[in-house]
Design a binder for this molecule. Structure first.
Ligand SMILES: Nc1ncnc2c1ncn2[C@@H]1O[C@H](COP(=O)(O)OP(=O)(O)O)[C@@H](O)[C@H]1O
Ligand SMILES: [Mg+2]
Length: 316
């Protein structure tokens, strides 16, 4: 039970955000100082020693230990009793830190139900302080690899903890950067805020494109998505995972939004062309299979790139 990988793989089955929300209500500012101290300590230590936590939190050892027991009981941190007693954050603890910061920044007021579980994220319905419906995307990188790498845990040790934390934060930052570059020129969710591994955007009503069997004007949708790919390309952004799974369509209004941007690459990236082609191919294939609309790949590809050439020529 003291194996962090065991605990983390159990966490996969449970609703982590729900746990974080209920824990949040029980935490005071000193608890957060200790949680924060562990987070900062993890940049240097695989397992953060208690003395170091106390130092970083600016609390005495006794007070620190009281807080650590509380955080441990709430399931926010993992305790190691190896060569020395130390702690690391668990995913729920990291969620608490992000949710607390987003609440302090007046970005998030309340969390609702889970909207979707993707490959590498959990998305939740939420409310802003002004009552606006928003979406919270918790990036969860490295979680599937826990199972795969459990056999090797002895060798990699607790390093995986730093890496899930770091990778998840990086993915969130990257996705938020893309949204800010693209909004409002491309149909993307409105970027509202981010903290650590969490990205906050507008709530998008509708269903993923792959669930849609009938549309009033599928050709108009396809052409608009191609326009988006082109505009994004001009801005310097290639989605990199574009497919019918990452387009949400509201059948009532025919509005749509392209979601899920953390893996985007810049047009200067060595794999840019490959990924651009794959994105276009995915979209064209889907519309051909589902709606029998046939657009020529080469024409679409050169159309997407055409304005880029013009802009570059203008720059000269
Ligand atoms: N802004 C949003 N509003 C409503 N639902 C969303 C929003 N963003 C994501 N979702 C839901 O969450 C699912 C996973 O989100 P996505 O960004 O695609 O992450 P992943 O990388 O895990 O696929 C989506 O398929 C969708 O159902
Ligand atoms: Mg997705």
């Amino acid at each position: 039970m003291t194996d962090p990988y065991y605990i983390l793989s159990c966490e996969i089955m449970e609703d982590l955000v729900l746990q974080a929300v209920s824990a949040l209500k029980k935490l005071d500012s000193k608890d957060f100082r200790v949680l924060n101290a562990i987070e900062r300590g993890m940049a240097r230590y695989e397992i953060v020693p208690v003395q170091q936590i106390a130092k970083l939190a600016g609390l005495n050892l006794n007070e620190t230990n009281i807080r650590l027991s509380k955080l441990h009981k709430l399931g926010l941190i993992w305790r190691s009793i190896g060569p020395y007693v130390g702690y690391v954050l668990k995913v729920v603890g990291y969620d608490c830190l992000a949710l607390n910061a987003l609440s302090k920044a007046n970005i998030v007021e309340a969390i609702g139900r889970k909207l979707g579980v993707g490959k590498e994220a959990d998305v939740y319905d939420a409310l802003s302080p002004s009552g606006e419906r928003i979406a919270l995307k918790f990036h969860r990188l490295g979680r599937t690899s826990f199972r795969q790498t459990r056999r090797y845990r002895v060798y990699i040790g607790e390093r995986r903890h730093i890496s899930w934390l770091y990778q998840s934060r990086l993915a969130a930052e990257k996705e938020y950067e893309a949204l800010n570059l693209l909004y409002p020129k491309v149909h993307v969710p409105t970027p509202i805020g981010h903290n650590r591994h969490v990205v906050v955007t507008s709530y998008i009503p509708g269903v993923p494109l792959y669930e849609i069997k009938e549309l009033d004007d599928p050709e108009a949708l396809l052409k608009s998505i191609i326009e988006d790919i082109r505009t994004a390309y001009n801005i310097g952004v290639i989605h990199g995972d574009l497919s019918e799974y990452n387009v949400i369509v509201d059948i009532e209004t025919s509005e749509y939004v392209i979601i899920d941007w953390p893996q985007w690459v810049s047009t200067a990236h060595p794999s840019a062309e490959l990924l651009l082609k794959r994105d276009i191919r995915n979209v064209l294939n889907f519309f051909r299979r589902r709606f029998n609309i046939r657009l020529d790949f080469d024409s679409v590809y050169s159309y997407v790139k055409s304005s880029k050439i013009k802009i570059e020529e203008q720059d000269k």
